[in-house]
Design a protein around this ligand. Structure first.
Ligand code: PHE
Length: 358
């Protein structure tokens, strides 16, 4: 190797060793071996050398290039090793540090209310049942004693869909179709509650096009109006946490129950403030009745042998009453401030058990 090349090699090797970081090392590499690097330029100039010199100089340049590349590789490894050692020496994980508390989520008042309802009816022997949100006209109306021209159909502000072969599925307007589904699905006696989404074309401070209902159905050989009353009175008192809450059964009409009753609870509205409990006023909270014999038959049961009661209530409505939520629409805004204010701790146990444990 010529003196000139030896000097260049010494210089580059010195620069490699002096590089204190991977970035500095990369600069040296570019300066020596990059497209415009010193070694690369010398190789490019090989073509101008006299033919007899070319071979020897070519070999010398290759050795130089290899030497520089090897020096860079070695330095790279040394830098990585010392970086690792530095981190091992400096970084410490303090395993005694307490865990940083994770941001706590909360249960939406609708979920909380469904939990409370299932808890209370669960203790009375009711089991959870479900049905589809998109219903057949037959389940939502006809099987519930609302034939095609029935006026009650108009009152429901139904969302109709376009189905196959000219059929018109609906977004279920109530949870009552699950009465039929349950009777067709399971052998009696039956006790189910059906919390779920329901849909009507309606939108203001107390109505939303999507809302929740809970249906209840009890079928047995000798279930009568007394069971209906006892069960719903017990529910209202447990749910609102008022032991002597007045509960009133007011004659009403639903096509799928006979007789039918709407259920009111006692309240006062003194000073513009609604308070649930004893008082001169009434507040309607749910619909109920003895299941119509035609509905029992449409559920595949013999109405001479089986009878029962059913009820249905709006979940948003009773949640708003219990927790003092003034506007239904805020329930679906997903505003975190609202959710933190009205939400519930996820691990709290709802309903009767929590009260008994207090
Ligand atoms: N399905 C009725 C409604 O949506 C409520 C109801 C259910 C009434 C069961 C009686 C029996 O208004």
């Amino acid at each position: 190797m010529s003196d000139e090349l030896t000097a260049l090699r010494d210089e580059l090797e010195g620069a490699v060793l002096a590089a204190g970081s991977l970035e500095a090392l990369e600069d040296v590499r570019v300066r020596a071996l990059g497209r415009r690097g010193a070694v690369t330029e010398l190789m490019k100039s090989l073509g101008k050398a006299a033919p007899e010199e070319r071979r020897e100089r070519g070999q010398a340049l290759n050795r130089l290039k290899q030497a520089v590349a090897d020096a860079i590789d070695a330095r790279k490894e040394a830098l990585a090793q010392s970086e690792l050692e530095r981190r091992l020496a400096e970084e410490r994980i303090d395993i005694t540090l307490p865990v940083r508390p994770a941001p706590e989520g909360s249960l939406h008042p609708i979920s909380q209310t469904i939990d409370e309802i299932t808890q209370i009816f669960g203790e009375m022997g009711f089991r959870w049942a479900e049905g589809p949100d998109i219903e057949d006209d037959w389940y939502n109306f006809t099987a519930l004693n609302m034939p095609p021209e029935h006026p009650a159909r108009q009152e429901m502000d139904t969302f109709y869909l376009v189905g196959e072969a000219g059929s018109r599925p609906v977004l279920r307007t109530h949870t009552s179709p699950v009465q039929i589904r349950t009777m067709l699905d399971k052998p009696p006696p039956l006790r189910v509650i059906v919390p779920g989404r329901t849909y009507r074309s309606d939108h203001d401070a107390t109505h939303s096009p999507m809302f929740h209902q809970v249906e209840g159905l009890a079928i047995g050989r000798s279930i009568h109006m007394g069971h209906l009353k006892g069960c719903l009175i017990a529910f209202c008192r447990a749910f609102f946490g008022v032991a002597d809450l007045p509960v009133r059964f007011r004659p009403s009409h639903f096509p799928f129950t006979e007789p039918s009753a709407e259920v009111d609870i006692g309240c006062t509205r003194e000073g513009g403030q609604l308070r649930i409990g004893a008082g001169g006023d009434w507040l309607e909270i749910l619909g109920s009745g003895m299941v119509h014999p035609k509905v029992i038959a449409n559920g595949g049961l013999d109405p001479e042998e089986w009878q029962g009661f059913a009820f249905g209530m709006g979940i948003e409505r009773i949640a708003m009453l219990k927790y003092g939520i003034p506007d239904l629409r805020t329930m679906y805004d997903s505003d975190l401030r609202w959710l933190r204010h009205y939400g519930f701790r996820p691990l709290d146990i709802p309903g009767l058990i929590a009260e008994a444990a207090e």
